[in-house]
Design a protein. Structure first.
Length: 170
């Protein structure tokens, strides 16, 4: 009987360090495969998870962005769509540039009205100051349409980044 007990003790495997590390790496690779195969969370699931943890997802409304850009832009207050999207520098820059353009146009028209027609008329019949004021006016109209398109594009980028990463891009 003593011979059998010795062989039983010898036949028992001692824990092998290599086996345990292989098991751990296999477990990690299985987890990685499961995570890759797992569908990404939907927006609702992310919002629910954020509400449970106390952190809320703050998506920006494309409609509100457009409304701020168009309606207030028609009143001459451009750049608020960018400010709503937390692009403060760009929004404030637009907010400052547009009134400056309109002030320059008014000054040029005042100067045009005060000068004699012969002094500011070129060969084509339109004065240099008139051409400059028309160019500034056209530039501000182009800026109006650009800021609408840009704020809508930024809103889309903001929401896509927020959906992918869970935090705001800027």
């Amino acid at each position: 009987m003593s011979d059998n007990s010795n062989t039983d003790k010898n036949s028992e495997k001692k824990p092998n360090i290599e086996d345990s590390t292989k098991d751990k790496t296999m477990d990690k690779s299985k987890e990685e495969i499961e995570n890759k195969n797992k569908k990404p969370e939907s927006v609702e699931e992310r919002i629910n998870n954020k509400q449970k943890t106390g952190v809320f997802v703050n998506y920006k409304s494309k409609g509100k962005t457009t409304l701020l850009s168009v309606l207030l832009g028609l009143l001459g207050i451009m750049g608020l769509g960018h400010i709503y999207l937390r692009r403060f520098r760009r929004g404030i820059l637009i907010l400052i540039i547009v009134p400056l353009c309109w002030v320059m146009i008014m000054i040029l028209f005042i100067i045009l009205g005060l000068t004699e027609p012969e002094e500011n008329v070129m060969m084509s019949g339109v004065g240099v100051l008139g051409q400059i004021s028309v160019a500034i006016m056209l530039g501000s109209i182009v800026l109006f349409f650009w800021q609408i398109r840009d704020s809508r594009k930024l809103c889309k980028e903001y929401n896509e980044y927020l959906e992918q990463h869970g935090n705001p891009p800027w």
